[in-house]
Design a protein around this ligand. Structure first.
Ligand code: GUN
Length: 323
């Protein structure tokens, strides 16, 4: 039976360490601030943003929430980003994705000041990550790496297979694994012989957004499985979910579902499941993250960490050790 990797406990510990470092900064007159902009009324995004606000305040930071209607124009959103860029109380800026279709996501992300880009999505930060320069890492991928290092220590030479090629998770997690000296394979919904590819993995990261896609016999005995998927499925459909979902492409996002709850659709019993068939995979894997309570809680914890690091950098303060 696999070791269950407790992301909830790890994230709580990380948030506590960030909180201590924030208290240390107060003595130097610096209080880190995170601004989040949410356009529209997507219920799941609304829950994520509320949780971000709560946890930001709990860590002793300022939280600024900007909720804008779904018909907000691109220029109006760009004007808000410009104000936040110039605001000395704001050290981190996050524009919640996805944005409504009439707004050019890349244009908005690239309008964020590079040193306040706590999502790590600005093209300059993406480039910096890929060439190994200093950059704030995207939060969910950073959370995956922290869990892997905690579980395995040095990752050098291990074969990591990432299923999913989204800009939010798949590609940046592959970059971080490469920086950690893994041999990295990026697979996706069109990869041929996906089970065979997965069975070669010492580390298997599933970030494809297909409920329970990864079966037990896709997992190499003793492998470490990181399940980034957060899929809400009807409880009754659960057995058929993996087949029914098909190749829906690559999941972009993850958030902190789990204990803090995500938006539940009305009517019918539902359950959160990952991209991995957990019951089967835990019989084979050496260690595995559950859903909920695995990677999900790490995302906001890493966002707080990035906000703290951004505040330190902006004020020319050395980053606290041990984060
Ligand atoms: N939507 C889902 N996950 C994320 C994230 O990590 N950052 C942003 N900006 N939007 C998201």
């Amino acid at each position: 039976m696999a070791t269950i990797i407790d992301g909830r406990a790890f994230a709580a510990d990380l948030r506590a360490r960030v909180g201590e470092a924030v208290a240390g900064l107060a003595a130097r007159g610096v209080r880190p601030g995170l601004a989040v902009a949410l356009v529209g009324d997507d219920p799941a995004s609304g829950v994520y943003v509320r949780n971000k606000g709560k946890q930001t305040r709990a860590a002793g930071m300022n939280s600024f929430e900007h909720k804008l209607p779904a018909d907000t124009g691109q220029d109006e959103l760009l004007a808000l980003v410009a104000r936040l860029n110039a605001d000395p109380q704001v050290h981190g800026i996050l524009v919640q994705l996805p944005l409504p279709a009439h707004i050019d996501e890349a244009k908005v992300i690239n309008a964020i000041r590079v040193d306040k880009d706590v999502d790590g999505f600005h093209f300059e930060n993406v480039g910096r990550l890929s060439v190994g320069a200093e950059a704030l890492p995207p939060c969910t991928p950073a959370g995956c790496l922290l869990l892997l290092r905690h579980q395995l220590g040095d990752l050098t030479g291990r074969h990591a297979v990432v299923i999913g090629r989204s800009n939010i998770v798949g590609k940046p997690v592959a970059q971080l694994l490469l920086r950690a000296h893994c041999t990295v394979t990026i697979a996706h919904s069109r990869t041929r012989d996906l089970p065979v590819v997965c069975r070669a993995a010492d580390i298997l990261v599933a970030a494809v957004g297909v409920p329970q896609l990864v079966k037990g016999d896709w997992v190499r005995p003793g492998a470490t499985v990181i399940d980034v998927g957060i899929n809400r499925v009807a409880a009754a459909d659960l057995d058929a979910a993996g087949d029914a979902a098909g190749a829906s492409g690559d999941a972009g996002a993850s958030g902190d579902a789990g204990a803090s709850g995500d938006a539940k659709p009305a009517g019918g019993a539902t359950r959160l499941v990952g991209d991995v068939d957990f019951a089967a995979a835990q019989q084979v894997a050496g260690a595995i993250t559950p859903v909920p309570g695995g990677v999900g809680p790490m995302t906001i914890a890493c966002l707080l960490r990035n906000t703290l690091l951004a505040a330190c950098r902006i004020h020319g303060i050395e980053a606290p050790a041990g984060l």
